[in-house]
Design a protein around this ligand. Structure first.
Ligand code: ARG
Length: 612
């Protein structure tokens, strides 16, 4: 049987046994095309300091990619864009013409349609998860860089509620996308583990802690204790004073209080981890606010010495006079408060210290803050302050970005709450998702054993919540709807997981495995085969768009379209045909669809299923 030449992957046995030297196929066809056009532009006599090919995915009716750059270039030079485009196309190297059907269209766009042989060569190059990963990292902007992703980051001693969902889910997808594109990613849980609430909490902990409740539901017990402390302090000024003393003792390093505080935080983190496990999250470091306690002095000194910070009404503040709201001449000046008037550190001081630490300790090229967009002002002021502080000291500033997101709304258009108006606990939300998914699985797959139905329900239930969140543009609010999210119809997790399971079942039924016997595959032929292959190669563009803009919904939209393209192919073209070469090429398409769907869903932190 024909075999691919392992030592020289460019030399392959293709089709019905012809030996041919194949072109090198890049993962990101669009970037390679952009490069080729840019190089050709010099030969065609264009000014390459000005000309940007601007290759992007095209409307499929026009081709696969479109170069739009000629219009602007020719216009600024008062030349005919069509004529220039023709000239540029004529200078493209032979292998580009061999790989694409090229047409100059409209006022001067250049359309490229990938030829079936090139599509298939791509499919034969990127055959495994490892190959895809290597391809995605080659030439990616993030490759080799160190990125800190600051996400989830809840406050301790409290349960996570629905408001904590988005940061965790979007943050994890961002981590996976970045590391797929070759970045070294450091997942940092910047927990809120230090604050004035600990005075009342420690006061009540010492008097009213219930060991059994702590063992059962630790975060509920801490919430109850905080309420006990708070109510007692409200009712009795002597208690308020005692609670204050507990806080002072904690802040000055009293061993007992530190031990209580440490216990509260450890128990909180262990409880958070149960939710993280469900969402596929493991942090590399958990450096919360308390970690920076001994690093804020240097921030006050540094900002004061370089003249950025000043004392105003007893507090240390930074004004940004170029900014309409943060300037001292604003109608209601809103400076960045970096030390409170009682001398205490705050959110801003620890965040400034954190930036320094991330640069010095991790050599970060970038830091992402996956935080609710309602904290936009804080991050705007933080980044402005850091920029100036670093510039004054001649330090190089990492890329700082607030990866913001909107609110999860109920069907009434208001932030999602329980019927009685309380916050919905994240734990309850995930449990309800699993229960609802189980109902769906029981209905559709009653024949599967009970234990398997349960484990399917966990993957479908949690995945549905993750996917419903990720498939929306993160900057917008979205309406949480159980019926839409746990459904086999539409752009949902269940639909995609079902597509994956169906692909596995195709291989099971034909008693073969993905990737086997592909060397015998004949050239792509039918319109549905070619349409599916054209979609498969665009995985690269979807990953790039999702990573560069940190918007996972681009990947979700792509996976949904891919699943649709697969269905069209599967309905039109029978896989189990007698002709072994046709069967092999169709199985190759099935195998690659499966690989890309599973890889894509894993990048979103969803788990996939063999059957459901
Ligand atoms: N603990 C904060 C909150 O619950 C989020 C922290 C986000 N990260 C940061 N470096 N500020 O709102």
């Amino acid at each position: 049987a024909p075999r691919n030449n392992r030592r020289n992957p460019r030399l392959r046995v293709t089709g019905r046994g012809w030996l041919s030297a194949q072109m090198h196929v890049p993962f990101r066809l669009a970037s390679a095309l952009d490069q080729a056009l840019h190089t050709a532009a010099a030969t065609a006599g264009l000014d390459t300091t000005q000309f940007r090919p601007d290759v992007r995915p095209a409307d499929p009716r026009n081709g696969d990619f479109q170069a739009n750059g000629m219009l602007g270039y020719a216009k600024s030079r008062k030349q005919n864009p069509r004529a220039l485009a023709e000239k540029l196309v004529a200078t493209l190297p032979a292998e580009v013409a061999a790989s694409y059907a090229i047409a100059v269209a409209g006022p001067g766009f250049i359309n490229f349609t990938v030829r079936p042989a090139t599509l298939q060569a791509w499919l034969q190059t990127f055959t495994t998860r490892e190959a895809l990963t290597a391809g995605a990292a080659t030439g990616a902007a993030q490759a080799g860089q160190t990125w800190i992703v600051d996400y989830s980051s809840p406050n301790t001693a409290k349960q996570m509620h629905v408001g904590h969902l988005r940061s965790a889910v979007i943050g994890e997808a961002a981590c996976r996308l970045l590391s797929f594109c070759g970045a070294r990613v450091i997942r940092d849980n910047h927990i809120g583990d230090w604050g004035t609430q600990f005075g009342k909490l420690i006061w009540a902990y010492k008097r009213q802690l219930q060991a059994d409740a702590l063992a059962r539901e630790p975060l509920e017990e801490f919430e109850r204790l905080y309420k006990v402390g708070n109510n007692a302090a409200d009712a009795d000024p002597a208690v308020l004073e005692e609670a204050r003393q507990e806080l002072v003792k904690l802040q000055s390093g009293d061993a007992d209080n530190l031990a209580v505080w440490k216990h509260i935080n450890e128990v909180s983190l262990a409880a958070f981890q149960e939710i993280y496990d469900q969402l596929g999250i493991r942090f590399d470091v958990t450096l919360g606010e308390s970690f920076y306690n001994d690093k804020v002095e240097a921030v006050y000194r540094g900002l004061t010495d370089c003249g950025l910070a000043e004392v105003s009404q007893g507090a240390l503040v930074v004004f940004h006079d170029e900014h309409p709201r943060f300037s001292r001449t604003a109608e209601r000046p809103q400076p960045f408060l970096v030390r409170k008037s009682d001398g205490a550190a705050n959110y801003a001081s620890t965040d400034l210290a954190t930036i320094r630490y991330r640069v010095e300790n991790f050599h970060a090229n970038g830091a992402l803050y996956v935080v609710d967009k309602r904290q936009g002002d804080h991050f705007e002021q933080l980044f402005l302050t850091a920029e100036k502080w670093f510039a004054k000291n001649g330090w190089s500033l990492p890329h700082l970005e607030h990866v913001d997101f909107g609110t999860v709304l109920g069907e009434n258009g208001k932030p999602l709450k329980t019927r009685s108006g309380d916050n919905i606990k994240l734990k309850d939300l995930l449990n309800e998702a699993i229960e609802r998914a189980l109902r769906l699985v029981n209905e559709k797959s009653a024949e599967l054993p009970e234990a398997e139905r349960q484990s399917i329900a966990r993957i479908v239930g949690v995945g549905s919540v993750q996917y419903a969140d990720l498939s929306q543009n993160r900057s917008s609010d979205y309406v949480f709807s159980w019926d839409k999210m746990i459904s086999l119809d539409g752009n949902t997790a269940a639909y995609l997981l079902y597509a994956v399971a169906r692909l596995h079942s195709i291989f099971r039924k034909l008693e073969t495995t993905p990737g086997a016997g592909e060397a015998a595959a004949a050239a792509l032929e039918t319109p549905t085969e070619i349409a599916l292959a054209r979609k498969l190669v665009k995985f690269a563009d979807a990953v790039q768009a999702a990573t560069d803009q940190l918007r996972p919904h681009f990947l979700c939209g792509y996976l949904y379209e891919l699943a649709g393209e697969f269905s069209a192919f599967y309905n039109a073209d029978k896989v189990a045909v007698d002709d072994p070469a046709i069967r092999a090429r169709r199985l190759q398409l099935c195998a690659r669809t499966l690989l890309i769907l599973e890889t894509g869903l894993n990048l979103l932190a969803l788990r996939t299923l063999q059957r459901m």
